[in-house]
Design a protein around this ligand. Structure first.
Ligand SMILES: NC(=O)c1ccc[n+]([C@@H]2O[C@H](COP(=O)([O-])OP(=O)(O)OC[C@H]3O[C@@H](n4cnc5c(N)ncnc54)[C@H](OP(=O)(O)O)[C@@H]3O)[C@@H](O)[C@H]2O)c1
Length: 242
């Protein structure tokens, strides 16, 4: 009997979210996908959707800001007979607010989810995915490259995550871990915006990015041969002004 290899997606929530789309793409590619998020009911819905598509998925309730919890998620995803070949760090919290009005703990929480959790996941991937090798993709945003007024906490976290990804790519690439960072330059057509910014989501129309299109790009990164690796992709809708 042949066994499929594994994927781990950290930051899976709603079925209409990027994390779920990436997980579904990896499952369609033949991997057994481990879904890490904080909410059992949401993870179970994504597991059911993948099963209905004919794929394999396992929910692992995880807080990506907790060292022990992240280690447990990797332990589950690395348990044989398959090996972990594709990991995605997708947790993020689009924390808006002007710096002068911001509570210190708000900034710290934004950093914990958006950057520190990425360190925990990146470190564990480096420890566990080598020497066999594989792909590790970090989800970025427009804020990875610029600090806009009203988004200082989010931009600080995302810029830190991008630099972490660059350093990890240089440290682990030669040994066989393909580390990539994807700048999602615009709003995603999904549950997060529709729930938190419904007016913006409605008015944005086809400016919003296609989740499955983003997921296809992540999968493309995973398919690249070791002598033609991309570190960074930027993705936007054709009608996004940039
Ligand atoms: N939505 C956008 O317009 C947009 C635009 C550009 C970039 N991005 C980036 O895309 C990623 C998210 O994609 P999405 O917006 O479509 O949302 P998504 O993939 O549906 O959601 C990510 C999920 O991560 C989970 N999460 C949050 N904190 C976590 C933690 N500490 N530990 C484990 N899981 C955690 C949340 O689920 P639970 O609360 O159930 O844990 C959340 O639903 C983020 O990196 C974000 O910065 C989003």
């Amino acid at each position: 009997m042949t066994h499929s290899n594994h994927a781990l997606v950290v930051g899976v929530g709603a079925l209409d979210g990027l994390g779920a789309s990436v997980a579904r793409r990896a499952a369609a590619g033949g991997l057994h996908v481990f879904l890490a998020g904080r909410t059992t009911s949401k993870l179970d819905a994504v597991v059911a959707a993948i099963a209905a598509d004919g794929g394999r998925a396992t929910a692992v309730v995880t807080d990506a800001t907790d060292e022990t919890s992240v280690a447990a998620a990797f332990a589950a995803a690395c348990a044989g007979p398959g090996r972990l070949e594709f990991t995605v760090f997708n947790a993020g919290n689009m924390t808006a607010g002007r710096i002068a009005d911001m509570e210190a703990h708000y900034f710290e929480t934004a950093w914990r989810v958006g950057c520190y959790a990425g360190f925990l996941v990146g470190r564990e991937a480096a420890r566990r995915m080598l020497p066999a090798g594989g792909t590790l993709v970090f989800t970025g945003a427009s804020a990875s490259l610029r600090g806009k007024a009203g988004f200082g906490a989010f931009a600080a976290a995302k810029a830190g995550l991008r630099n972490l990804a660059q350093a990890l790519a240089r440290e682990c690439g030669p040994a066989g871990l393909h580390v990539a960072h994807v700048v999602v330059d615009g709003g995603i057509d999904g549950d997060m915006l529709k729930t938190r910014m419904p007016d913006f989501a409605r008015d944005a129309g086809d400016r919003l990015l296609d989740r499955d299109g983003i997921a296809a790009a992540y999968w493309y990164l995973h398919q690249q041969p070791p002598r033609a690796w991309t570190f960074e992709l930027d993705l936007r809708s054709r009608s996004e002004p940039w």
